[in-house]
Design a protein around this ligand. Structure first.
Ligand code: HBI
Ligand code: FE
Length: 295
């Protein structure tokens, strides 16, 4: 199975990687090889092994509810029958990273773009751009949760507006996505748990984000997150903790335009900084941090 032709290389927030055509494509399920299904199975089994006790209940329960299994790459059509009934969301196959405004438009219409191809066996532990495993296993289960599903649509609508304002507004919103949807933690009665897709789809970071002393773990605050730079090719130096998905949805209620205008006049914070006003669950030791590369 050859990956589709690449339209162009573009500087994106995940570094210098290809941004593909914006078309939606049918999942070419019959074209997946035994190796492709094997990569899915290996990644799925590995995460199913380590996530209980680390990922939040909403994520784990919805992996089951939507019917993800280890034996083969799931069919988007099968998942869409369950997902549409649960929250009105659906998956659409895409070739990879989309231009921001195209991505936001999908979210604003309750469509989640899922890359149709899966990584190679030699890329098991790290791949620069989101592949099928990251998108499907990482992002889709929580779209079964009504509050999180509403947040994702509100985020997409916000993205459409930010796209019309300026690059700073877009960066603020991209940081919000990064520190919640991709790398977010949530407080529970049993302690901190993971809900971020970038974490749950990575074995190393699933362990590191909760158990290493190196990173900060700070209470979520909308403007604080929008001003905080992030890492694109190492584990995060700071993880932000929400009290619940309602808090996330509530955060998207206000009109962001005045917030963007205020933040435009203020400097961004380095990824690993801890500030006097922060709610500190854990102040990181900073061990092993790479100082450069903050976006
Ligand atoms: N495109 N297919 C796809 N998937 C993403 O997660 C994605 C994207 N384009 C832009 C993007 N994410 C980020 O810039 C978001 O913060 C908007
Ligand atoms: Fe993602």
């Amino acid at each position: 199975m050859d990956t589709p032709r690449r339209v162009e290389h573009q500087q994106t927030d995940r570094g210098y990687i290809p941004v593909y055509a914006t078309g939606v494509i049918e999942q070419p399920w019959a074209s997946y090889s035994a190796t492709d299904h094997g990569v899915w199975a290996q990644l799925f089994r590995r995460q199913r092994e380590i996530l209980p006790g680390r990922a939040c209940r909403e994520f784990l329960d919805n992996v089951e509810r939507i019917g993800l299994g280890a034996d083969a790459i799931p069919k988007f059509d099968d998942l869409n029958r369950v997902l549409r009934r649960a929250t009105g969301w659906e998956l659409v196959g895409v070739e990879g990273l989309l231009p921001d405004h195209v991505f936001f438009d999908h979210l604003a219409h309750r469509r989640f773009p899922v890359t149709w191809w899966i990584r190679k066996p030699e890329q098991l532990d790290y791949i620069a751009e989101p592949d099928l495993f990251h998108d499907l296993f990482g992002h889709v289960p929580l779209l079964m949760n009504p509050v999180f599903a509403d947040y994702m649509q509100a985020y997409g609508r916000g993205g459409m507006k930010a796209h019309g304002i300026d690059a700073d507004a877009l960066m603020n919103l991209t940081r919000l996505y990064w520190y919640t949807v991709e790398f977010g933690l949530i407080r529970t009665g049993e302690g901190l748990r993971i809900y971020g897709s970038g974490i749950v789809s990575s074995k190393g970071e699933s362990i590191y984000c909760l158990e290493s002393d190196a990173p900060n773990r700070l209470g979520f605050d909308l403007e604080r997150v929008m001003r905080t730079r992030y890492k694109i090719d190492t584990y995060q130096q700071t993880y932000f903790v929400i009290d619940g998905f309602e808090q996330l949805f509530e955060a998207t209620r206000p009109d962001f335009a005045p917030i963007y205008a205020k933040l435009k006049t203020l400097p961004a914070y380095p990824a690993g900084e801890v500030l006097p006003g922060d709610r500190v669950y854990h102040r990181g030791t900073g061990e092993g941090w790479v100082r450069s590369g903050d976006v």
